[in-house]
Design a protein around this ligand. Structure first.
Ligand SMILES: [Zn+2]
Length: 217
């Protein structure tokens, strides 16, 4: 039988390129302080020896402030809500959404890292809409991040909110902080994975999900 009704499906997540709506939460940190970012950006420009008042730079602090509001919008949303609307289903084989494009900001350098996430789980009575998995990836990525923690966070959210027999999260990304500065290795891709439940304990389940992700099934 075919164990992959959702495997192999490429989830086209178009909204990553657009401006996100702000959906402030009840107990979320206060709204982004745009004027404060603007002042800080002016300071950085002056500190590197630029003239923040020259024509080309005049609008830059405000533009950067709005950009940070967008890139860090995940600080004001709770990805859990997307996993709390589930359907009761008898389906108990693997569900895998591959190639969820994301962009995040490395918290060590505030430079982007860009890549794809693959999120799989084996349900135990509850499934969520496939787009919800992409939503979770997006919101977790829109914070100051490190790829290792992001991988764990996504896996833990699924474990905590769904009843699952296993969760597998694999993330591949290229990091600007490695390609444009420091060691300058533009070709390198960083791969992280978090295997939970049956994907950790059972070698054949783990091989199955890796084969589905990397297309050798
Ligand atoms: Zn970095």
């Amino acid at each position: 039988m075919n164990p992959q009704p959702a495997g192999g499906k490429t989830f086209d997540h178009g909204s990553l390129s657009g401006e996100l709506e702000d959906e402030p939460l009840q107990n979320a940190p206060s709204a982004v302080d745009l004027p404060r970012i603007e002042r800080a950006v002016r300071e950085i420009l002056a500190a590197v020896g630029e003239d923040p008042d020259r024509e080309g730079l005049r609008e830059t602090p405000a533009r950067v402030a709005r950009m940070y509001r967008e890139l860090f919008s995940g600080l004001r949303t709770d990805p859990r809500v997307h996993l709390q609307k589930f359907f009761a289903e008898k389906y108990d084989e693997m569900v895998l959404v591959k190639d969820i494009a994301f962009n995040s900001m490395c918290e060590h350098h505030l430079l982007p890292f860009i890549g794809k996430a693959h999120v799989g789980y084996i349900p135990s009575g509850r499934v969520v809409g496939l787009s919800k998995l992409a939503r979770v990836v997006e919101e977790v990525s829109r914070r100051p991040q490190v790829q290792e923690r992001m991988t764990e966070e996504i896996a833990n959210l699924l474990i905590e909110e769904l009843q699952v027999r296993g969760v597998a999260v694999v993330i591949e990304a290229s990091h600007s902080c490695m390609s444009i500065r420091g060691v300058r290795k533009p070709e390198s891709i960083c791969v992280t994975s978090a295997m939970k439940g049956i994907f950790r304990s059972n070698l054949s389940s783990r091989s199955e999900v890796m084969n589905l992700i990397y297309g050798k099934a």
